[in-house]
Design a protein around this ligand. Sequence first.
Ligand SMILES: NC(=O)c1ccc[n+]([C@@H]2O[C@H](COP(=O)([O-])OP(=O)(O)OC[C@H]3O[C@@H](n4cnc5c(N)ncnc54)[C@H](OP(=O)(O)O)[C@@H]3O)[C@@H](O)[C@H]2O)c1
Length: 338
Amino acid sequence: MQHRQLGRSDLSVPVVAFGAWAIGGGPYWGPGDDDAAVEAIRAALDAGIDAIDTAPIYGMGHSERLVGRAIDGRRDEVLLLTKVGLRWDSKDGELFFESTGDDGRPLEVYRNSRPDSVRREVERSLERLATDRLDLVQVHWPDSTTPIAETMGALAGLVREGKIRAVGVSNYDTDMLDQAVAGLGDVPLASVQPKYNLLVRDIERDVLPWARAHDVGVLAYSPLEQGLLTGKVTSARDFGATGRGKRPTFQSVNRDRVNALLEQVVAPVARAHDATLAQVVIAWTVQQPGLTTALVGARRPDQARENAAAGQLVLTAGEWEQIDRAFTDLVLEPVPAD
Ligand SMILES: NC(=O)c1ccc[n+]([C@@H]2O[C@H](COP(=O)([O-])OP(=O)(O)OC[C@H]3O[C@@H](n4cnc5c(N)ncnc54)[C@H](OP(=O)(O)O)[C@@H]3O)[C@@H](O)[C@H]2O)c1
């Protein structure tokens, strides 16, 4: 597994990290298999994936608890990356979305990056993950009701207290990133976590150049477009009432276009490297200049092992450019979500 320094922090992160959103279950992903999730994390660790990205909101605490269970006895082998800033148990801040809890009751999720809330969330994450330190704490989504400087002041304080080792943000634009750097003072901003994959390339225009210029790490989320870029989401696959089936990219016209292009352009590269489509897509992602790590979600040990092996795969410049060009030219239908 290749490793890279995360910005100016002292964290050395693998180019493929384990994304722990899906294992949390909840209405978006549907109920999961907890034992398989724990096995998936352990398989990832065994295969060299020594960083896990989670968040309190993933399954309302369930993902963090599963991660804590999976790494029991192995805490020193792994970097724990978690988040603050989304609360389902308080109504301060800015309403983000409506959801349902495990008991089926409706609940509301608020963006809340207030200093007191940040501190409280960090304490709860430490408990759920059964650890005494968090390696990276990221603000999950911006909260327009809290000045960024106040949030960063709280996070810098937690670094000085030794509860967290580094600070990151997620879903921030470049203006917000400038404010985060200023608000942190002498604590470096380690990373930004945006959505990025072959189908969603917006950050190439702004966040990626900004991160390169400021020596800030970039952790790409949904690098497989939630499974679509593995080639395994055919038009026959039914996602029922869960969230993925409602994404514009998952509508059948777009599934067909993506799968056809994967077959035409990515499959020959995969054959040349004795690799899978998912592995080539992950390798393409982490070879994008300025990109540090792909956070790849997995719910089963075989997926975790397959994704880990992508951390060794290096595409030639010609292969990388050919895939880059083909997907730049791909036009998807803006099919409205159901
Ligand atoms: N900061 C944010 O706002 C934000 C938002 C989204 C995600 N994230 C982070 O990024 C991580 C990854 O994103 P994501 O889970 O949205 O999407 P993703 O990594 O693009 O896709 C994960 C899904 O792809 C499928 N998959 C993974 N490996 C596979 C393989 N080898 N073969 C076939 N299918 C495979 C699995 O689907 P099945 O389960 O159907 O098999 C898995 O659940 C999350 O876990 C989270 O840590 C952060």
